[in-house]
Design a protein around this ligand. Structure first.
Ligand code: PLP
Length: 235
């Protein structure tokens, strides 16, 4: 693996620009920057980039494929990082994911909740869970329907080894993200009435940071704007 000597500078500049955009969006929304956690989505990028970002002050890292995430988490085990699993999750990967992930953003069906609970207890861990909500009906990008979120949330809340922390969504393709994130915020509000600790709204990627922050996002998942454009064939 070749590490370009200027990679640290490149990442530092991108991080500063993302930080500027986040601060500007917080100001515009009348929110405090401290309410928003920036997760660097490092998928397809090497562990050396995670290490450089950690050196620049990033402490939250997001990954969407288990094998890649497990390798990177192991390579960075000496760093004080919080790992977020943000991809669609098959039950046969749950044991591996629970070993390194602090928060799973993609909880979208009862069978997955059961598997996560079982493996969390087995590993002696408490895993933070977000209910992934689909904001585009039946587009197949994962997520529970908004009306399924309360029952799924209740299931997480009563499952040993899991903590219900809130909701996550990806903005629908080809639609203004702002009204979609407003729908997510409404789902989050209903969930919080039953579960006061479920105060996380994971929304906002490189292309829709201001819309997410304006609609209450507490966790941004930013890849491209920090690390660069990913090769298309690995998405
Ligand atoms: C890849 C990915 C992101 C980051 O997207 P960018 O547009 O590169 O910022 C965020 N959330 C999820 C679920 C992803 O898979």
């Amino acid at each position: 693996m070749t590490l370009r000597p200027d990679r640290r500078e490149e990442l530092a500049a991108a991080l500063a620009e993302v930080e500027r955009r986040v601060e500007e969006a917080c100001r515009a929304a009348g929110r405090s920057r401290a309410e928003v956690t920036l997760i660097a989505v490092t998928k397809t990028y090497p562990a050396s980039d995670v290490r450089l970002l950690a050196g620049l002050g990033v402490s939250h890292v997001g990954e969407n494929r288990d094998q890649e995430a497990a390798d990177k988490a192991a390579a960075c085990a000496d760093l004080d990082l919080t790992w977020h699993f943000i991809g669609q999750l098959q039950t046969n990967k749950v044991r591996s994911v629970v070993a390194y992930a602090h928060m799973v953003h993609s909880v979208d069906r009862p069978r997955l909740v059961e598997a996560l609970g079982r493996e969390a207890v087995r590993a002696g861990r408490e895993v933070d869970c977000l209910i992934q909500v689909s904001l585009d009906e039946g587009a197949g990008r994962g997520g529970a329907r908004p009306e399924e979120a309360p029952a799924l949330g209740a299931l997480v809340a009563k499952t040993e080894g899991l903590r219900l922390r809130g909701v996550m969504a990806v903005a629908p393709l080809g639609e203004d993200p702002a009204p979609a994130f407003a729908r997510l915020r409404a789902v989050a509000g209903r969930l919080r009435e039953e579960h006061p600790g479920a105060d996380v709204i994971s929304a906002g990627m490189s292309g829709d940071i201001p819309q997410a922050i304006a609609n209450g996002a507490t966790h941004l998942r930013v890849g491209t704007a920090l690390l660069g454009r990913r090769k298309p064939f690995v998405r």
